[in-house]
Ligand binder design. Structure first.
Ligand code: GDP
Length: 333
């Protein structure tokens, strides 16, 4: 993160007019797609302006329901996301889509790619689509995703779909940033057993078996139902439904939206929404604080720096605990 600090427009053409943050936020709130895109670019670039952006957005956050869509590559995540957007638009919902690639260190914002990916919605002004790399240096999806979610939320999205793309993704991480986690499975991928391995039996609020048009979909449902039946749940806990879709032609997708809404109602009524959001904010604060600490000690002089301390520990002139104390003493003011 340190290398991006102080270079707010890294990787972008020079000479773009500097827009004042309050104006940008105001325009984004009124639904101007360029301003929304610009704010998400600031998130991606880890711009020093983010502090001001987040402060300006804070009063407008919390209206959107964030739905994380996870599942192994090839199960139909992007097809399903597209179909869900179509369904949500039928009821006039404003929808944000974030396609997050935790395995990529590269900046997303590939507008052309996004347009191709979500061709059906490219011209709909009430649908914001953005792919982004996740820069979480602390593993997982980092804090760029929650910040981008906040931008879309403040821009008036009712629902934000967060889809993980790419291989080697952490399926479980997404549960940490969504209000509702939708786990997608499909026949022909050995899901029954893989599901248990990946720990997705614990994270799903909704389970969707896609490719219901293929042989084996019912078997996947049976295996999943059996596996979920073994899970211990409290009396008044949410019982994750298992749904079947053929995302390719939209079959079953309306039911998924109905269940998403039912889950959102349950989250609000049970108090779980507030709990999940507080947990998320906690992780975000921690990630920002740890990043700040790292930035501070990477800007230290050679003797007090991590590298300097490391040499002393390796030489045996100090021990790792004392060195860690010294490092923290130097950077915590
Ligand atoms: P992702 O990697 O999880 O995002 O999966 P994609 O959405 O890219 O879909 C992977 C492949 O499965 C593509 O070739 C899709 O056309 C196909 N696919 C998606 N949904 C369905 C479906 O409901 N039925 C069938 N038969 N194929 C599907």
């Amino acid at each position: 993160m340190a290398e991006q600090h102080g270079t707010p427009t890294a990787g972008r053409p020079r000479g773009r007019s500097a827009v004042a943050v309050p104006e940008l936020v105001e325009r984004a709130r009124s639904g101007d797609p360029r301003s929304v895109a610009r704010l998400i670019s600031l998130v991606e670039d880890a711009s020093p302006l983010l502090r001001e952006v987040m402060a300006a957005l804070a009063p407008y956050a919390g209206n959107a329901i964030t739905v994380g869509i996870t599942g192994a590559p090839g199960v139909g995540k992007s097809t399903s996301t597209n179909a869900l957007v179509t369904e949500l638009r039928k009821s006039g919902k404003r929808v944000g889509v974030l396609a997050v690639d935790p395995s990529s260190p590269f900046s997303g914002g590939a507008l052309l790619g996004d347009r191709i990916r979500m061709g059906d919605h490219a011209t709909d002004k009430d649908v914001y689509i953005r792919s982004m790399a996740s820069r979480g240096h602390l593993g997982g999806l980092g804090w760029s995703t929650p910040q981008a979610v906040r931008v879309l939320d403040a821009a008036g999205c009712d629902v934000i779909l967060v889809e993980t793309v790419g291989v080697g993704q952490s399926e479980v991480d997404i549960a940490g940033l969504a209000d509702t986690t939708l786990v997608l499975l499909a026949p022909g991928m050995g899901d029954g057993i893989q599901a248990a391995k990946a720990g997705i039996l614990e994270i799903g609020d909704l389970y969707v078996i896609n490719k219901a048009d293929r042989d084996g979909a019912n078997a996947v449902r049976r295996d999943l139902r059996n596996a979920l039946a073994l899970a211990q749940r409290e009396e008044d806990a949410w019982r994750p439904p298992i749904l079947m879709t053929t995302a390719a032609n939209g079959e079953g997708v309306a039911e998924v939206v109905t269940e998403m809404e039912r889950h959102a109602d349950w989250l609000r009524a049970s108090g779980e929404l507030a709990r999940r959001r507080a947990r998320r904010a906690r992780d975000e604060i921690e990630a920002i604080a740890l990043t700040t600490l790292r930035e501070r000690w990477s800007s230290l002089g050679s003797h007090e720096s991590l590298a300097g301390l490391a040499v002393r520990v390796a030489e045996g002139t100090t021990d790792p605990y004392a060195a860690a104390d010294e490092l923290l003493d130097t950077v915590v003011t």
